[in-house]
Design a protein. Structure first.
Length: 218
């Protein structure tokens, strides 16, 4: 477990598991030419060792160009036994923004062979996560808007009200087959606008209501 995902108000937290939800915004599904999910979320995992704070830490494959995928990231705040039906947000204690770095060519190669995506999604530095905000300090609408700016250019703009699977659905899906643990992180999916980002590029993740922005260098 990695101990360096910082919560703004209450210190560092360990991260047992990182869950990633794919194909969760319709326009992103279209831009990559993928098939929309049918009935349940598309799920992948990242190892805790893939976590990287903003602008520091190890990045594997530093000579490669990745695709950035900006996402709302949730932190589970309590144990949710497998099979438990929750009210979704009640088991979340903090949130922030993240970059799911993807080796897109490797992913396409693996998909074409019918193989898992691990080499494209889970590697050192592939889960960039901002400091997290206590949920009680956030708005009560339970929807969030966010942006990603790379080298002073707006690349992605997301609104979680457009997600195919909302937060309660995602959490109940995960809890249907696994016990969720305090500190688990959930990457909830990326909007359209994914594109290239390389080591040394400057980026800013910006969250609206509550307003926060975090900058770093890949």
């Amino acid at each position: 477990m990695q101990p360096f995902v910082t919560i703004e108000s209450f210190g560092p937290a360990t991260v047992p598991t990182i869950y990633g939800i794919g194909r969760n915004y319709p326009e992103h599904v279209k831009e990559l030419g993928n098939k929309a999910p049918d009935g349940e979320p598309v799920l992948f995992l990242k190892a805790p060792a893939s976590l990287r704070p903003l602008g520091s830490g190890t990045l594997a494959f530093p000579g490669e160009t990745f695709h950035h995928e900006a996402e709302l990231v949730l932190r589970i705040g309590q144990t949710v036994p497998v099979g438990t039906k929750t009210e979704g947000w009640t088991v979340v204690d903090a949130l922030g923004l993240g970059l799911d770095l993807t080796r897109r060519e490797k992913q396409s190669e693996l998909k074409a062979k019918g193989l898992p995506w691990a080499l494209a999604k889970s590697f050192a530095g592939s889960a960039v996560v901002s400091p997290l905000i206590r949920l009680t300090d956030c708005n009560e609408r339970q929807t969030f808007r966010f942006k990603l700016i790379v080298n002073d250019q707006l690349r992605q703009s997301g609104d979680t009200s457009q997600m195919i699977f909302d937060v309660p659905t995602i959490i109940d899906f995960l809890a249907s087959f696994n016990t969720l643990l305090p500190g688990d992180l959930i990457f909830t999916g990326t909007p359209s606008g994914v594109g290239p980002i390389s080591s040394g590029d400057k980026f800013t993740l910006e969250l609206e209501d509550p307003h926060r922005h975090w900058s770093g260098i890949l």
